[in-house]
Design a binder for this molecule. Structure first.
Ligand code: NAD
Ligand code: GLY
Length: 376
């Protein structure tokens, strides 16, 4: 993985390299008004129409900017605007995108461009992976969460009533353009939800990043552009490194799911409408910290430090009592469940985690105790 400033434009370029793919991630202000330039860099003239997938919130904010820019080179844009919300990240919505593309007779040269947060990115990515057995995908992430996580690494999916992201594929984009200026319109709650994934990188991989997040709460919450850009860049570097080493999620990559076992269960039992994904992950990380304390892998002092920082950023760290009885059963639908056993990512210290398998009754008792400790 290489990182350098793009000489032609004032942005950072990272290169993500896996066994099967290699693509650039550009990070910099106003990239959304230069999409055409970067498309031609990656695709030269091997590009047909564009299928722009966005949602009812993001398209009015940035769709015009992107389309105006693409119009300069005469590209034909077909736009599919979906309703806003995690509850629309479904098989049904993917089918609507595919039917739209078929009705428009879009060819294999069509590039699917996902303009929005992780919901649009995952759904449009899934549609790109299966349309005509796969057409090129470009990610234009507009939330912090999507810029630091979901737009890179190639996981695309839709939700199923029995669990989140259960139907999907590994399908890498050809290009990612992350424009931190787009975060200016992001509601504070969404920014904070994205910060949960940023904090995750600090705990699983990079103590120095955690220290930066601890020392700069105000600057980050007030969207200081230099601070945000450098944090996004560091998170992308970490994700690129992990995905580069374990593209197919056979081992190391599982650490990116720190906090997700309980987090996904919480989202599921509350119907995907109560919590933002990052908020649920924050509760899940608090649970993982307490499981770590009870297993003896993590010190109470470090758990306290981590959970306090989540709170300083305004993230939830506890389970509402009414969700508690349903959480254990929902966890068993997790993709990481094997029979009656579950894998947990547990912290060893801030900056390092390990995978632990929980299958015996005593393990479950311990998980239940940890969940009780974080229940309101
Ligand atoms: P989201 O896509 O729902 O976006 C959050 C909200 O912000 C939405 O209302 C959206 O319309 C709005 N929004 C987006 N950009 C905006 C902007 N610039 N200004 C104003 N409003 C804006 O949620 P998210 O947090 O981005 O993504 C969550 C999804 O990502 C979940 O479905 C999760 O499973 C998925 N995810 C995937 C991966 C992966 O590796 N593929 C990783 C993490 C999360
Ligand atoms: N967000 C988890 C992963 O990409 O593996």
């Amino acid at each position: 993985m290489n990182t350098y400033r793009d000489p032609e434009n004032a942005c950072v370029k990272l290169e993500i390299t896996t066994a099967t793919s290699n693509y650039p991630i550009y990070i910099g202000p106003n990239l959304l008004s230069q999409v055409d330039f970067y498309l031609s860099r990656v695709f030269a003239d091997r590009i047909g129409d564009l299928l722009l997938v966005s949602n009812e919130t993001v398209y009015p904010l940035y769709g015009g900017l992107v389309e105006e820019n693409l119009a300069q080179s005469g590209k034909r844009v077909h736009r599919f605007i979906m309703p806003d919300g995690e509850q629309f990240k479904t098989w049904d919505m993917a089918e609507k995108i595919l039917s739209f593309a078929l009705k428009q007779r879009l060819s294999r040269q069509t590039v699917v461009a996902a303009l929005g947060g992780g919901v649009v990115g995952d759904l449009a990515g899934f549609a790109a992976a299966v349309y005509l057995r796969g057409v090129p995908l470009v990610q234009l992430p507009t939330t912090l969460l999507a810029q630091v996580d979901s737009s890179i690494g190639g996981k695309v999916a839709v939700n199923h009533p029995l669990g989140k992201n259960m139907i999907g594929a590994f399908y890498h984009p050809k290009l990612v353009l992350s424009d931190p200026a787009a975060l200016a319109t992001l509601p504070r709650r969404e920014l904070v939800a994205g910060l949960a994934e940023v904090l995750k990188y600090g705990i699983i991989w990079d103590q120095q990043l955690f220290n930066v997040l601890e020392a700069n709460v105000e600057a980050i919450l007030s969207c200081d552009s230099h601070m945000l850009e450098s944090v996004i860049r560091r998170c992308c570097e970490i994700k690129a490194e992990i995905v580069g080493r374990d593209e197919w999620d056979q081992g190391l990559r599982a650490i990116l799911n720190f906090g997700h076992t309980v987090g996904h269960a919480l989202e599921n039992v509350t119907g995907y409408t109560v919590y933002r994904h990052g908020e649920a992950v924050a509760v899940g990380m608090a649970a993982a910290c307490m499981i770590g304390v009870l297993t003896g892998s993590f010190s109470y002092a470090e758990a306290d430090r981590a959970i306090n920082l989540f709170k300083l950023y305004g993230l939830p760290v506890s389970l509402p009592a009414e969700t508690r009885p349903k959480i254990a059963a929902a966890m068993m639908h997790d993709k990481k469940a094997v029979g009656d056993a579950l894998w947990f990512v547990l912290p060893k210290r801030i900056g390092e985690v390990a995978l632990a398998q929980f299958g015996q009754q005593k393990d479950w008792d311990l998980v239940e105790r940890a969940l009780d400790l974080i229940t309101d």
